[in-house]
Write a protein that binds this ligand. Structure first.
Ligand code: PLP
Length: 398
């Protein structure tokens, strides 16, 4: 971080970063914990001497910090290499266990999930499992009736995300999980975008599996976690020395895990204040952009039940990819979809699923705010957006 709260990076000196749903800059205090773990606490937590025991203490502390944020017992938390692995382990592991126990081979998810879930579903389908992909409404929400109608006697698992990464819709998990429980079906939620930002309490929400990722909460990349409710059976996806109770074996990524723990702890302290501050900024930011572009913009998705940091804006007549490149030259980082699908020419599957045409999807920009956002950098970003939107519209009119 620099004094003016922007992020310095090479080759550009300063970036106004508006893509916090793709990743977040590591908090300096978290980076200190990562470094300290590498330099001072480098032992293997499986070793039985003092250096190993010290590492075991670090591992346990991080497990408590990460689990604590969803009010889960530390013993039900399994570290992974990130959200993608947590999703795959939850979905493929649970479905394999269900099939071998004769509990069914039907999996239900929805059309706006992250590719970590949708591609895991496709992999299951290739193995002969039955898959149902639920539609969402124009706000980006799964409707309880459509879930109710999809559940059959052989449904073993439902996976519906907590918060969508492109349009920020917060799913009505209370209703959807209750429905699953009525039918005795396991429920997984990909909480990668909501974890640490909005509350999720596994004591009050009877969800069975929760995926989390460190790099979305100002922690290091390449580390995540899966919460597995006690008693839920999952078939391991890899085999080795038996770490993480054998569910996710391999020597633990200790610097990453310690950093993830520290980042989770920070979220516990800042969750309310971050939400209040960033939500107020987001509302102002949208107003400023509206003033700069002359009002012709549309918010994709729902204004209600949307995570406080997300704006997904449509600028009719503007090719969003050109806007992204122009803003990049001004030192402003934004996205036209999820980071992993950026670079593809296909319209976002999320925007298509909420009913946007290809043209509408291609004129949509995702702006996601975070701790580095402030009035000054957002005002500047709004003026740059206005300048480029007007210019691109003029060019399109020729
Ligand atoms: C909703 C969602 N799920 C899963 C992932 C994948 O997480 P990771 O990058 O830690 O593998 C992401 C990352 O963009 C995401 O937004």
């Amino acid at each position: 971080m620099t004094d003016d709260n922007t992020i310095s990076s090479s080759p550009q000196k300063q970036t106004i970063y508006l893509d916090h749903s793709a990743t977040t800059p590591v908090d300096p205090g978290v980076a200190d914990v990562v470094q300290q773990t590498m330099l001072e606490n480098w032992g293997n937590p499986s070793s039985k001497y003092q250096v190993g025991n010290a590492a075991k203490v670090v591992l346990q502390k991080a497990r408590e910090q990460v689990a604590g944020l969803i009010n889960a017992p530390a013993a039900d938390l399994f570290f992974t290499s990130g959200g993608t692995e947590a999703d795959n382990l939850a979905i493929i592991g649970t479905m394999h266990a269900a099939r071998s126990d004769g509990r069914g081979d039907h999996f239900i998810t929805d059309a706006i999930e992250h590719s970590a879930v949708l591609h895991a579903a496709e992999a299951l389908e290739r193995e002969g499992f039955r898959i149902t992909i639920l539609p969402v409404n124009e706000g980006g929400f799964v409707e309880a009736d459509s879930l109710r109608n999809a559940i059959t006697d052989d449904t073993a698992l439902i996976s519906i995300m907590q918060v969508n990464n492109e349009i920020g819709s917060i799913q009505p998990l209370d209703k959807l999980v209750a429905l699953a429980k009525e039918h005795d079906v396991l429920f997984h939620t990909d909480a990668v975008q909501g974890y640490g930002k909005i509350p999720l309490d596994v004591d009050t929400l009877p969800v069975d599996l929760v995926s989390m990722s460190s790099h979305k909460i100002y922690g290091p990349k390449g580390v995540g976690a899966l919460y597995v409710r006690d008693g839920v059976k999952i078939a391991a996806r890899q085999f080795g020395g038996g770490q993480e109770q054998g569910l996710r074996t391999g020597t633990e990524n200790m610097p990453g895990i310690a950093g993830f723990g520290a980042a989770a702890e920070l979220c516990a302290q800042k969750m309310v204040s971050d939400a209040e501050r960033i939500n107020a900024l987001r509302i102002q930011f949208m107003e400023w952009i509206g003033e700069e572009v002359g009002g012709d913009l549309i918010l994709n998705g729902s204004p209600e039940n949307r995570i406080y940091l997300n704006l997904n804006l449509r600028f009719p007549g503007v090719e969003a990819e050109s806007l992204l490149l122009a803003l990049d030259l001004d030192g402003i980082a934004v996205s036209t979809g999820s980071a992993c699908s950026s670079g593809s020419t296909k319209p976002s599957h999320v925007l298509s699923a909420i009913g946007l045409s290809d043209e509408e999807a291609h004129s949509s920009l995702r702006l996601t705010l975070g701790r580095s956002s402030d009035e000054e950098n957002l005002k500047y970003a709004a003026s740059c957006i206005g300048k480029h939107v007007k210019r691109l519209r003029e060019m399109a009119a020729w």
